[in-house]
Structures are given as structure tokens and as C-alpha cells.
Design a protein around this ligand. Sequence first.
Ligand SMILES: *Cc1c(COP(=O)(O)O)cnc(C)c1O
Length: 494
Amino acid sequence: MQVYYHSTRGGDEHITASEAILKGIAPDGGLYVPDHIPVLEKSMKELADMDYREIAYEVMRLFLTDYTAQELRDCISRAYDEKFDTPQIAPIVKKHDAFYMELFHGATIAFKDMALSILPHLMTAAAVKQNCSNEIVILTATSGDTGKAALAGFADVPGTRILVFYPKGGVSPIQELQMVTQKGDNTCVVGIRGNFDDAQTGVKQLFADPELRAEAEEAGFQFSSANSINIGRLIPQVVYYVYACAKLTGSGELAEGELLNVAVPTGNFGNILAGYYAKLMGAPIGKLICASNDNKVLVDFFRTGVYDRNREFILTTSPSMDILVSSNLERLIYRIAGEDAAAAAELMKQLSEKGSYRITEEMQERLSGFYGNYALQPETADKIRREFEEDHYVLDPHTAVAAAVCEKYRAETGDDGKILVVSTASPYKFVRSVLPALEGAGGDDDFALADRLRELSGIPEPPAIGQIRNAAVRHNRVVERTEMKDAVRAFLGL
Ligand SMILES: *Cc1c(COP(=O)(O)O)cnc(C)c1O
């Protein structure tokens, strides 16, 4: 059956997957959602014998129904290739208290690679399908990992350009170096004076700016988004949840009928939403454990039904989760509102006008499949240390937040079912907080810390670190948040 996409805020658009991917965000500011969630056509046992690419095809073809089999297979094989340092793509390792699904084996050593390695291919294929002759310009805000993964994905892809905004001082030094050394004539990276929410709001405003859009169109450009508001980023993330359930079924770890709880370190709510979609498709997933750091706006939401961003923004050791406005939550809100776009639009209006909203009791009841909790920075550091002591396994701070929250989940609910922790970054990406957690001392030379991590853990250094050791800085522009529009104009020569 065909799947069409429409905005969470209503309107009468009813578009194909390739159109939705090309547009990124709906003209009314809403996010595209599928008109129904397709059901998996193969059992976990059948999927268990397939490799990552084959499972990706089985999942994605159900959502991206206007892509031909050949187009989709081409996109998949270009994305999930030797850029990943293991043929398994998303290896699952078993430790004493959980399974860890390592999603950091791609080019930029964070899970964003899972979706951003394929998005450029889905997008250029979409442009061909839609007879779009404009050059596609990706505008993206990043809390650190999306930016680099998007740059790596789009660099030198013909017919595209990419401009990334990041909060200056709000990302880890390695994340910043990864971005500002990005090669490729079609790439541009700009720091803004503000936090991630400022960057994200600024980019949303750029998309909604009719004047800028007209100027760009005049010059032969069309904007799109590589943030997880783009459905082309969300759907590839559904794959690894299905993959995990299939592989654990295949290895006998998950019995027939047994449900797997999954814990996801959450920021913009994209990753965990993909897990929710996987569950709706029929993957044997139990609780979706939403793990936050000190910025626990989502935890409060799950516990009280009130989303309130009016609070201090805290910079933590897990910067990719330092977010107070979780964009993708809008897709969940829409769903639990019974697909009522007017209700979703009203709540989003309250969010932008007063920074908060309360959902109805009925909506809250529909959230029973989620569990929310948080881990503060000392708890996260403590979990990194204990995991290393007990299993000789090194967690990055984001993954450690989720692992620490799992412990709280077990203690609070008494549920001792199996848990899969979604492991979102390599510890090498966050050595400045990982090393102090492991041995009490750190430093501010990231490469010396990376050397130390290798000595201590024996984990080989990923190529992504070596690549930036001596790379030249190519992007050093920093602007006020009010100047983002001018930055776009400058990049495009408007
Ligand atoms: C982006 C990111 C997250 C948060 O994922 P969302 O989809 O934004 O919820 C968690 N950990 C790492 C390492 C990330 O890069």
C-alpha cells in the first residue's frame, strides 16, 4: 500500500515520500508524518538471516513507497558500505546488565551517520524523481553531531550545497574541529553566538522566510533540511530497531513473544521516535525508555503531561542532548492527539508563544509505552567508571546517560526484562569528559586524551580522530543569531 505524507499541523497537502524528503519541513511549519504506519511483512525469524542492508530495504520500502526497488537498493548500498568500520554496521554487544547497540561505526563516529549517510542519496534520487532542476541547499542546525554527519554525507554530492550552524562554545572541541575542518567546495560551517535552541529556531525561521525563499528560487536554489525533522532522516533510523530485534531473536537472546525494552539517550526526540515507529510496525519492543541529561524537559513531560521549556539551559558533558525544544516530539503529540492536526497545531502555538503546553489526560494515557528519567552529570560520570570497571567497556557520556537511566528504570519499576541501550557515540568523540570519569584526571589536549584512552582501554582509535589531528581549519565564521540570514545570502551569493 502507498504511504503518503502530510503536515502535523493540517493543511491539505498529501505528498509522496520523495516530495516530503525534498521539502524537509511542511510550509505551515509542521513536520511531515506518514498517513499510516506500515506493518512489517516479514517475521523476526525471517529478518534474522538478513544483513543490515537487506533489513534496511525491508523496512524502508514500506515507508518510501514511491521509490523503485532499484532506487532504494542503490541508496542503501551507497550508504552502508566501507564508510562503516564493520560489516555488521550496527554491532550489538552484550554486557552484564544490557545489550549495547553500537551506532557509531560510521564516518563521524556518532549515530547520526546511520541516517545521514543515506539522506543525500535519498534526496538526490528524489530530485530526479521530482524533476527538480534547482540546486538543493541543506540548512542545518546542530548540537554537535548532526552537523559533521551531514557535512560528511553531502560534501561534494553534485547538485547540493550544505550550510551548518552550530552554537559556538556549545559543542565538544572534537566536534567543533570535525566541522570546521570539513572539506568540499559545497560546504559551509558557521558558529552562532547562542545555544542549540537558538540555532534550531533560527534555521526554522529561515525555512519559513518567504523573502529568502524567493531570492533563493530566483537564483536556482531550493532549501531542504538534514535535521531529524526531515522524514528522510527518521525512516532510516527505524531500521536499526528492527535490526536489533531480529538479530537478538536470531541469536536466541530474545524468545518468541518476549519484548525488548530499549533505552535511548534523547535530545531532539528523533531517535526514540524511530523506535516508536518500529514498535508500531510490529517489532517486539517493550518500554521505550527516554533518557535525558540535566536538561530534563522530556522527563517532566512524560511524568506530568506538561511540556515547559521555560527553564535554565544547562551545558552538560552530553552536548547532543542539551536541548529544550525537542522538535520531533511534535510527531508524537500529533499521534497521541488521535491524528488531530488542529489540536497539535494549537499546542505547538502555545509552545512558541509561551514556551509551554499541557496535554489532555486522554493523550497522557497514550504515552504508557514510554518511561522517562534522567541522569545528572556526576551520575553519568559514575556510570562510565563503573561500566569500565565491571565490563572493561567504555561508554560515551550520551550512552552513559541512557545506561544510568536503565538502572533507575529497573529500581523504580521492578521490570527486569532485557534492555537494549542505544549507544550513540564513540567515547573518542568525548574524551574530555570520558577520561576524567575513568581516572579522575583529564586535560585540555584532546589528542593527548585520545592517546590516553587508547592506552587505557585498548580500543583502537577510529579513523575519524586521526583525520582531524592535523587538518587545516577551513571555516571560522561566527555570527550573531540575527545574522543567520545574511550568512545564507553570503554562502549562496544572493
Ligand atoms: C543527536 C544525538 C543524541 C540525541 O538524539 P535525538 O534523535 O536528537 O534525540 C544522542 N546522542 C548523541 C551522541 C547524538 O549525537
